[in-house]
Design a protein around this ligand. Sequence first.
Ligand SMILES: *Cc1c(COP(=O)(O)O)cnc(C)c1O
Length: 380
Amino acid sequence: MTASPPTAVPFFPPTLFEADRPALLGLLREVGLDPEQRFILGSRTAAFEELLRADLGAADVVACSSGTSALSLILWAMDIGPGDEVIVPAFGCAPLASSVVTVGATPVFADIRPDTMTMDPDAAERLVTERTKAVLPAHMFSVMADMPRFAALTERHGLRLLEDSAVAQGGVLRGVPAGLWGEAGVYSFVQVKTCGMPGEGGVVITRDAALGERVRMLRNHGQHAGRRFVHHALGVNSRFDEIQAAFQTHRYAGFPARLARRAEIAAYYTERFTSLIDHGVTPPPPDQDGRCFYVYTVLADAREALAAHLAEHGVATHVYYPQPLPAQGAFAPYAPPGARWPGAEEAARRHLALPVHHLLTDAQVMRVADLVCAFATGHR
Ligand SMILES: *Cc1c(COP(=O)(O)O)cnc(C)c1O
């Protein structure tokens, strides 16, 4: 094993859950020794769902096994399936398209805006056909999609609106939390997400109680709660773990402070990087509303060289999506021959994510900013 240099700035620290270790071990013991011996979908999961529901003002929150599964369950609960088209962004993570394919429907890829890297409402509207059933925008890195325009668009065409808000838990746009702009949205609790945990899980959030009820049934083999072995509909196993539910409940009070620290770091980066735009490094657009710093990305003309420069100095960076979704082998069958997505191609070529997690020290944040500035202005 080679030791990292003392100045290394990891993308995610190995100490992400260190402060909560005693609490987690205590909960493990508590759930393990509980006379109920209930390890999934018990009272702790119900309490966590209710905590989120009340905090968000949602009609229902349904915990399930992952953010990806949550997306598929929404589509399924909406009766979207074979013959239906769902408009998704051409840039983003695989579940955006794979969840649509999973229910037998067809993903239709709309280009993104080059500045926000979220789906362009005009591009999406041009793709509406009589087979279109739903529009699925995704919040990307730190910027919420243009939900007011997507809400107007889906209203105009009589389409369903769901939201891939997997990365945007804690984000609020015009007073509406991420996930509640559409009929339903999702949060992912994979460790790297804004409210991540040491394991796998997610939730469906919805303002439609009936939709929530359908998701609740589908996540557990089509059974209604409390009535085991009665299967009203085909379902899947997408259940939630009791220890993780207790742990998420325990950590929830600290979530706003962790998000605020990320936002503070992001504001500092943006302040430092705004002068770099003429030097080939562009920070995210500076607006405050609808921002949630899951990841801080710059767009860099010389992306590979910048990443190498930072790596040389012990700073880890990350390229999330090196290719637009329709250029991926898995989704190429859904890409019309000859079609292009210039916004997605540019984002894939230029985006670079910098460390923004809440445990970074001020010194580390300044060091990252100094290195980026030195690179861009040629003073390496
Ligand atoms: C992480 C993520 C998902 C999927 O969540 P999992 O819990 O990893 O399945 C979906 N969409 C986006 C945009 C994500 O970043």
